[in-house]
Design a protein around this ligand. Structure first.
Ligand SMILES: Nc1ncnc2c1ncn2[C@@H]1O[C@H](COP(=O)(O)OP(=O)(O)OP(=O)(O)O)[C@@H](O)[C@H]1O
Length: 248
């Protein structure tokens, strides 16, 4: 469904993404890897926030490389930021209506909110401002993505900045989303519980694909060697020409 062909990205003289080629067609793909490896940049390139220096991006067979963010959104890609956006004066139900691009009824908005574990009565008329906690904002952002119902939903570290209690609830939200979502989810995360939900794991390091394959193959490797040797094992296998790294 989404295909990256030899995608490179350079900024301020630094090579941030190096020759990334991969196909994303599973329902749930988790992207992980060390800090600064290029995960968020990859997500921004897919959404069109950054443009690749070279390479091509295809979505459902259409070349979207030069397309704007809004054109990509219209084609069915949505993006939830690491830090959710707050719109002054805008209420939760307004945001959900905007997201779904149709005249969402109160019942529909309530249903989306309850899917992310928020009581519609308490939140529908809340303004999107600093009175909402980080965990609440995260859920509202996820509700927005659900309301949009796009073919590809990208989440950048949804667990960032929320407490343990909210994290446990967030996991349930994603488990539920996995069952309900019609399209695919690409989620950047460092959390084992989120990685564990994925069909496939993409491991990005130093701007390159260090490993990409079924969760059952990649995750045990990552957990076994939670240090630089993990990268080495996986990278060595790739050097042997295997894009999908089997467990050694
Ligand atoms: N526009 C830019 N100009 C200069 N450097 C950039 C730019 N965008 C990203 N970088 C750098 O590219 C590297 C990769 O950044 P990116 O945010 O993609 O990493 P990440 O894997 O998402 O990291 P983290 O896990 O910490 O969120 C970092 O060193 C970052 O500082």
């Amino acid at each position: 469904m989404l295909e990256l062909q030899n995608v490179c990205f350079e900024a301020e003289g630094k090579q941030i993404l190096r020759d990334i080629s991969l196909t994303l067609e599973d329902r749930f793909v988790a992207v992980t890897g060390p800090n600064g490896g290029g995960k968020s940049t990859l997500a921004k390139i897919i959404m069109g926030i950054d443009q690749p220096t070279s390479g091509r991006i295809l979505f459902d067979g259409t070349d979207i490389t030069g397309m704007s963010i809004s054109d990509r959104a219209n084609l069915g890609i949505s993006y939830a930021f690491q830090q959710p956006v707050r719109f002054k004066g805008l209420r939760v139900q307004d945001l959900l209506k905007l997201a779904s691009k149709k005249d969402t009824t109160v019942t529909e908005a309530c249903s989306v909110l309850s899917e992310v574990g928020l009581c519609a009565r308490d939140y529908m008329n809340r303004e999107l401002n600093s009175t909402l906690s980080g965990g609440e904002l995260k859920r509202i952002e996820i509700a927005m993505v659900l309301a949009r119902g796009t073919k590809l939903s990208i989440f950048d570290e949804p667990e960032a900045g929320i407490d343990l209690w909210s994290f446990q609830n967030l996991i349930h939200v994603f488990e539920k989303m996995y069952e309900k979502i019609r399209g695919s989810i690409l989620i950047i995360s460092h959390q084992e519980r989120i990685l564990n939900m994925a069909d496939k794991i993409l491991y990005i390091k130093d701007g390159s694909v260090a490993a990409y394959g079924a969760k059952d193959q990649i995750l045990p490797q990552l957990l076994k060697n939670q240090d630089s040797s993990t990268c080495k094992v996986l990278t060595d296998k790739l050097a042997e020409g295997k894009k999908e790294v089997p467990v050694a």
